[in-house]
Design a protein around this ligand. Structure first.
Ligand SMILES: [Fe+2]
Ligand SMILES: [Fe+2]
Length: 188
């Protein structure tokens, strides 16, 4: 008997694979833009105008956003989808994420919290869509949801607000949840 592809399995479970891949591609675009913006933020922080504790948090989040992007791309290709070669198309799919103002610490923090909240919402929606249907994507987006929640908590912890992050320096930045779902060939 012919083995079903990942896409066929998802479709048999009642999901619209094209819609799912579109949503995952949009999320991958958001991750890529976030990785890019956090890279700029971290570089701007190196001038010393921003608290170095915040700079460390941005560095750790940036490392995890890159893994998030790569992990989503793996799943998109498993589902016989593909990433647009034109990066403008990807940014359009991601909703053209706004460029942060890196010259002001308070604007920077607002941008971080907005970005993380949006990411939490994106993965909450994907969890709701895939739960009980596409187990592999569900476990992955649940892991992404957990890490985005951690990111928000790291920033809130820096601000001295409630909701302490559970993962701290040394473990932060290593994607403890998402790494489990990466393909064996991944470098880290
Ligand atoms: Fe992310
Ligand atoms: Fe994040």
């Amino acid at each position: 008997m012919k083995r079903l592809t990942a896409r066929e399995i998802v479709e048999r479970a009642g999901l619209d694979a094209g819609d799912l891949v579109g949503r995952l591609t949009s999320a991958a675009g958001q991750e890529f833009a976030t990785f890019y913006h956090y890279t700029i933020m971290e570089a701007a922080c190196s001038t010393g105008a921003v608290d170095q504790r915040l700079s460390g948090i941005i560095a750790d989040m940036r490392a995890e956003e890159r893994r998030h992007f790569e992990t989503l791309v793996e799943r998109i290709y498993e589902l016989d989808g593909y990433m647009p070669a034109d990066i403008h198309v990807l940014m359009d799919l991601a909703g053209r994420p706004e460029a942060p103002n890196v010259d002001d610490e308070s604007d920077l923090i607002t941008a971080l919290l907005d970005t993380e909240r949006r990411a939490v919402d994106t993965y909450a929606d994907l969890c709701a869509l895939t739960e009980g249907k596409d187990h592999r994507t569900y476990r992955l987006v649940l892991a992404l949801h957990a890490e985005e929640g951690e990111h928000e908590a790291w920033v809130r912890e820096f601000l001295g607000e409630e909701g302490r992050a559970r993962i701290h320096r040394g473990f932060r930045g290593r994607s403890p949840h998402v790494s489990r779902y990466r393909s064996p060939g991944s470098t880290e």
